[in-house]
Design a protein around this ligand. Structure first.
Ligand code: SAM
Length: 200
C-alpha cells in the first residue's frame, strides 16, 4: 500500500490531503518513465520512506504575509548549510495537472517529450507547504534539487542554501519564474520549478 501514514500525522496537516512518506506512482506513467524514476525497475511497489522533515507546518497569521490565511513550512531546528530539509513526496505522474498549485517538475524526456511531475495536491508530505520567497524574505533560503534516494529512485528534495536556516525561520524557495499569472509552465530546461502555481 502507498498510503503510509506515520504513527502520528504532522501538526496542522489538512484533513482532506492524504499524508504520504513514500512516492505514489500514478497509472499515467509509462513503464519506461517508471523504470527511469525507479532506477531500473518498473514495479509499482512502495519504496523506502522519506527522511523525517526538518520543517514543521504552521498557519500564517501575519496579515502582511502574502500567503496570510494559508500555511508555510518553518525550520523546526537550526538547519546547517546544504542540508536536505524534506523530500517533495506526492503522486509521481505523467499526465497534465494544469490546475494544481502543488505540482513540481521532476524530469522531461527529450525523445518522446514525456514529462514527469510530482503532484502533492491530493497526497503528499510537509514539502507541499513550502512557499515562494517573494514578498516574504529578500531571497530564498532553500532550493529544489533532485537526487537518487536510498532505494535508487529519483526524488526531488528541498535543500538549505549556503547560509543555513535559523530555527523558526520560514523555509522559502524560488518557484523559478515571475509569479504574475495564475498558472504557468516552467521552461523545460529548468527541472526544479513548480510549474503550476497560483498566486492570488
Ligand atoms: C505549493 S503551495 C504552498 C503552500 C500553501 N501556502 C498552502 O498553505 O497550502 C503554493 C501556493 O502557496 C501560495 N504562495 C506560495 N508562495 C507565495 C507567495 N510568495 N506569495 C503569495 N502566495 C504564495 C500560493 O497560493 C500558491 O499557489
Amino acid at each position: 500500500m502507498y498510503q503510509c501514514h506515520p504513527p502520528k500525522l504532522p501538526k496542522n496537516w489538512p484533513t482532506d490531503v492524504l499524508y504520504l512518506n513514500t512516492p505514489y506512482f500514478h497509472p499515467s506513467m509509462s513503464d519506461d518513465a517508471l523504470s527511469f524514476v525507479r532506477g531500473g525497475s518498473s514495479k509499482r511497489t512502495p519504496l523506502p520512506p522519506s527522511p523525517h522533515s526538518l520543517g514543521m507546518i504552521r498557519p500564517i497569521m501575519d496579515r502582511s504575509h502574502p500567503a496570510h490565511g494559508q500555511h508555510g513550512l518553518f525550520a523546526a531546528r537550526k538547519i546547517s548549510p546544504r542540508t536536505l530539509i524534506v523530500e517533495y513526496i506526492g503522486e509521481v505522474h505523467s499526465d497534465e495537472r494544469p490546475t494544481s498549485d502543488y505540482d513540481v517538475s521532476l524530469h522531461r524526456f527529450a525523445g518522446n517529450g514525456e514529462s514527469i511531475g510530482v503532484d502533492a495536491s491530493n497526497m503528499g508530505n510537509e514539502a507541499r507547504f513550502v512557499n515562494d520567497y517573494r514578498g516574504i524574505r529578500p531571497k530564498p533560503n532553500a532550493e529544489f534539487a533532485d537526487r537518487r534516494a536510498t532505494g535508487g529512485d529519483l526524488r526531488m528534495g528541498i535543500w538549505s542554501l549556503a547560509d543555513g536556516i535559523r530555527k523558526g525561520d520560514e523555509i522559502v524557495v524560488s518557484y523559478g519564474k515571475d509569479l504574475v499569472t495564475l498558472t504557468w509552465r516552467a521552461p523545460y530546461e529548468s527541472s526544479y520549478s513548480i510549474f503550476a502555481v497560483a498566486i492570488h
